[in-house]
Design a protein around this ligand. Structure first.
Ligand code: MCN
Length: 796
């Protein structure tokens, strides 16, 4: 079935209420911490208070003798049991001829700690309180060493002795570049205009509502491990843990990710605690539970962003983009986390062409180790960093050439598809002008001048900010990922099991942790089979039940996981048609299937889907020599390209120059997600993403002390999260150009809001402050920063 026929089916485009919400809203969800295994013990991790120190000794005697303690495990035990470090650098290699440095990442530190929160020992006791008390008794003798926390200091080598890993004495992990440097330099040499920009993409803490949690258990009877874990991709977690870390046969480990209370990227990775609990369960012969407290989450969940960049755009006299040149320093933190090497490279540099037909783009990335928590994917992962840089630069081009923010964008939009960018990607389809038209109408741009005058009359400044984003979703086609240096592509698997009564259970390798897959995937199946949505259940998050999976991130689930299910449904339909042909004594080729009924073309013969299902399992009078019983099919789907959601966001702010307080007055977002399965769920995704993006732009900032490496923003008292009263009612709209290469026509929607919104907000603040001489501002645009920028402009 083609994407265009699919989009016309019943249930597609309907705002079906989320099936999963009943259990979430009635407190019946089952999160990892809700699970209590028989005789389960509790773990507490002893963590480094230093950003960098030699570990002289770890004494566990007093802790082991404390009441209720079952065991205390340290780096020495890890080494004795030959447990490897976490795998790193799974996704990219250097491009400068030097291999990427891949230092070991021990699951418990042996002789060196490399960031505040690095785990040194695991204390296991009968109760959580006993484990906490005993953890206080573990004596670690540290020899503190100098620490480096900023990429600028790492790159300059300005902190003597602050070497994170011996294999990278200059703290440089890799260099990666894309584009034709010589061609770009030549264009710059003759350009009529050049705009330049230095900017920082601020470091963020993910702060999912449910902290990380896991329970390791081991059955001696079957020699099998089970790990319950708040994780976004259980099969990959299992693969990495068995193949790389513990050296176990994969079938002996079951990973279950039950209800998960948000991940936003931070629960994709294999964390050290997960391995400690799995290994510890066998070693101590007890099931062991650990749930991070909020302070541990701040310290040890992989952080996001943290880029420092210089960007330049070369233009002709009319403002047409000719070439772009970017250099970015990326902070990787103390270790290479699972996807960390892909974020500032494949997921960032390749998106820097944006929506524009810039003929030449060259991007160079240097990635650095520092004594901070590992940095990895956080909602958008590389694409918000690309969009922020590009959209800030484009608005700067507009101001430099005295064009409007809309005009510079319209002059440079890609208008014909497919479009090959100079940085590897090929956009299949889009209509960027239509998104901007609709966004300008929603934002009432025509009425802005009057609103600005009104603000000025009240002593306030008002600004309008544009951001036209594009992102690559549906990670990741193996062919493209491989060509860019990735060591693995990311397909997806789906199994459709039709029961004899005609109801259906679907097993998907995607994982839902807030995105509503139990509803939208059921809509897809119900639409295809012509059955009620209630007759379809979606199973996910369990390696013991789902054949295989690559998990959920990169807004891939509907376009890759959903497409795998569609492939399995194709097979179901083909087999069902054979059964129908047999029952109606017709040829397979004459059978049509629509609206839940099989018909013989040109006759009035018909059979409902449920009858075919029953026949498949009750095969009397059935040609068993030609068809096996049962109606159960599995498919793997590897996309041929990314999907490219795109849109224009327009933000309107009012700034009080006396206090520096920024108020978002209006926010309009128009997105092209191709075919939309469930508009209510999609709106919710955009709302959440925009809230996170505005949070980054105005409030959130993860700060380490530059000398000591202590996390200064380690609680909600110091790290400002956005709240509902920070936002206006968002105005949302859509444009639909269906994706051309997946059978649903969908493009991902889960990250768009977080990608498109930060530059729209900052461009709006800069637009408001332009008359006061402010030309530059880094995120978050806190009152202090805004006030200082106004003050500095007034006194310069
Ligand atoms: N959808 C749709 N029509 C489309 C596109 C999507 O109806 N054209 C629906 C999908 O069927 C799905 C939802 O929208 O129910 C999101 O789909 P998709 O864009 O495929 O994204 P994923 O399901 O792969 O989710 C991942 C994405 C990412 S990468 C982050 S980060 C993120 C996000 O989703 N983390 C979230 N949204 C989140 N929402 C919640 N509540 N919690 C998180 O941790």
């Amino acid at each position: 079935m083609g994407a265009s026929d699919f989009s016309k089916l019943p249930h597609i485009g309907e705002p079906v209420k989320r099936k999963e919400d009943y259990r979430f809203l009635t407190g019946a969800g089952q999160y990892t911490d809700d699970i209590a295994l028989a005789a389960q013990a509790h773990a507490v991790f002893v963590r480094s208070p230093h950003a960098h120190a030699r570990v002289r000794s770890v004494s566990t005697d007093a802790a082991k003798a404390a009441p209720g303690v079952i065991g205390v495990l340290t780096g020495a035990d890890v080494a004795a049991d030959k447990i490897n470090g976490l795998p790193c650098g799974w996704l990219i290699t250097s491009t400068n001829g030097e291999p990427m440095k891949e230092p070991p990442h021990p699951i418990l530190a042996l002789d060196t700690v490399r960031y505040v929160g690095d785990q040194v020992a695991m204390v296991v006791a009968e109760t959580l309180e006993q484990a906490r008390d005993a953890a206080e008794l573990v004596e670690v003798d540290y020899d503190p060493l100098p620490a480096v926390v900023l990429v600028a200091d790492a790159a300059a080598g300005s902190v003597p002795g602050a070497v994170v890993h011996d294999i990278a004495p200059d703290n440089h992990c890799y260099k990666w570049a894309i584009g034709d440097k010589a061609a770009v330099d030549a264009v710059f040499a003759g350009a009529a205009h050049i705009a330049q920009l230095d900017l920082v993409n601020n470091r963020l803490v993910p702060n999912a509502m449910e902290p990380r949690a896991a329970i390791g258990s081991y059955s001696r009877a079957n020699d099998e491990y089970t790990l319950y874990v708040a994780n976004q991709n259980p099969h990959v977690e299992r693969l990495l843990m068995t193949a790389f870390v513990m050296g176990l046969p994969e079938h002996k480990v079951r990973v279950i990710a039950p209800d998960v209370g948000g991940g936003f990227g931070s629960k994709i990775f294999l964390y050290a605690e997960d391995v400690c609990l799995t290994w510890g369960a066998r070693k101590l012969n007890r099931s062991i539970k650990w749930t991070a407290d909020r302070s541990e989450s701040f310290l040890t969940d992989a952080h996001g962003r943290d880029h420092v960049s210089h960007a330049e755009m070369a233009m002709d006299a009319s403002g047409k983009f000719l070439a772009m040149r970017v250099h970015t320093d990326a902070n990787l933190g103390a270790y290479l986390s699972t996807f960390a090497s892909a974020v500032p490279t494949i997921l960032y540099a390749t998106l820097l062409a944006g929506q524009y037909a810039t003929p030449q783009v060259y991007v160079e990335v240097d990635a650095w180790f520092t004594h901070t928590a590992p940095v990895d994917a956080y909602r958008g992962a590389g694409r918000p960093e690309a969009t922020y840089l590009l959209e800030r630069l484009v608005s700067r081009c507009a101001w430099q050439l005295n064009l409007s923010q809309a005009e510079i964008r319209r002059r440079n939009f890609v208008t014909s598809f497919p479009y090959q960018t100079p940085v590897a990607l090929q956009y299949d389809v889009g209509d960027y002008g239509a998104c901007m038209d609709k966004a300008e109408a929603l934002a009432d741009v025509a009425g802005f001048a009057a609103r600005r005058a009104d603000s000025e009359a009240r002593g306030l400044r008002r600004g309008l900010g544009y951001s036209s984003y594009i992102e690559a979703c549906g990670l990741a086609p193996s062919n493209i990922a491989g060509a860019l240096g990735a060591r693995a592509g990311l397909f997806e698997c789906g199994e459709v099991r039709v029961h004899p009564t005609g109801s259906v259970t679907v097993f998907t390798g995607s994982h839902s942790h807030g995105q509503g897959h139990e509803t939208t995937f059921a809509q897809v199946v119900a639409a295809r089979l012509g059955i009620p949505v209630e007759n379809v259940d979606i199973v996910h998050g369990d390696t013991g039940r789902v054949p295989f999976g690559m998990g959920t991130y990169g807004s891939r689930s509907i376009s890759v996981g959903g497409a795998a299910i569609m492939k399995a449904l194709d097979k179901i339909e083909a087999k069902a048609k054979k059964i129908a042909a047999h029952l109606m004594e017709a040829s397979d080729a004459d059978i049509d299937f629509a609206g839940g009924e099989f018909t013989v073309r040109g006759t009035d013969k018909k059979i409902p889907f449920a009858q075919i299902a029953l026949t498949a399992y009750v095969p009397h009078n059935y040609p068993l020599d030609k068809l096996e019983p049962g109606l159960n099919e599995t498919a793997f789907y590897d996309p041929t390209n990314f999907t490219f959601p795109a849109g224009t966001y327009i933000c309107e702010v009012e700034v009080d120059p006396a206090t520096g307080v920024v108020r978002v007055d209006r926010f309009s977002a128009v997105d092209d997600f191709g075919t939309i399965i469930n508009p209510m769920i999609v709106e919710g995704q955009v709302h959440g993403g925009v809230a996170q993006g505005i949070g980054q732009a105005l409030l959130e900032n993860c700060v380490y002390d530059r000398e000591t490496g202590q996390l200064l923003t380690g609680s909600f008292m110091d790290y400002a999260m956005p709240r509902a009263d920070d936002f206006p009612e968002f105005k949302l709209g859509t444009v639909c150009t269906p994706c051309t290469h997946n059978p649903l026509g969908t493009k991902g929607c889960g990250e768009a809001g977080a990608i498109g919104s930060p530059p729209a907000v900052i461009n709006a603040v800069l637009d408001a402050l332009h008359p006061l001489g402010v030309r530059d501002l880094d995120m978050p645009a806190s009152p202090h920063r805004v006030w200082s920028a106004i003050d500095a402009a007034a006194t310069s």
